[in-house]
Design a protein. Structure first.
Length: 146
């Protein structure tokens, strides 16, 4: 199982419960090309092939151009990706758990690299804010579709 870097200087773990079917939440989250339509922090996103381990996607968020590679995919349950951006090595794992007609979405991400070591507190807060906003946007769009 692919996991975040537990030794990284920045690690953020968050979760939210979404009042929507798992199929809808999963479909929203894994339609990478459509991220900008519901996540205001994503300016552009393009999946470069089928959604499978080894496929990369390019995206722009908070002024950063990122190329991530899908590392693990368990449909309806888990997706993990990672890659470098401006000297930061990011690893991101998402899990989806159905509970009583709702979905609990867990996200955990690690950041390492020289830029992170130079600004651990600031970048840790930036990542926390970014993931908080991402979960809120996913929740809002999935519940709105109901």
């Amino acid at each position: 199982m692919f996991t975040i870097d537990e030794t990284a200087p920045v690690i953020v773990r968050l979760s939210t419960t979404i009042d929507a079917p798992l199929d809808r939440v999963w479909a929203l989250h894994t339609d990478i090309d459509a991220w900008p339509s519901w996540n205001a922090d994503v300016d552009r996103a393009t999946l470069n092939g089928p959604l499978l381990p080894g496929t990369s996607f390019t995206w722009t968020t908070h002024g950063l151009d990122i190329t991530s590679t899908v590392r693990e995919l368990v449909p309806g349950e888990r997706i993990a990706w990672g890659g470098p951006a401006n000297g930061i090595e990011g690893v991101h794992v998402w899990t989806f758990e159905r509970t009583d007609g709702q979905v609990t979405v867990h996200t955990e991400e690690s950041w390492s690299g020289a830029p992170v070591e130079a600004a651990v507190t600031e970048l840790g807060q930036a990542l926390h804010n970014s993931l908080t906003d991402w979960l809120a946007a996913l929740k809002s769009r999935a519940e709105q579709a109901a």
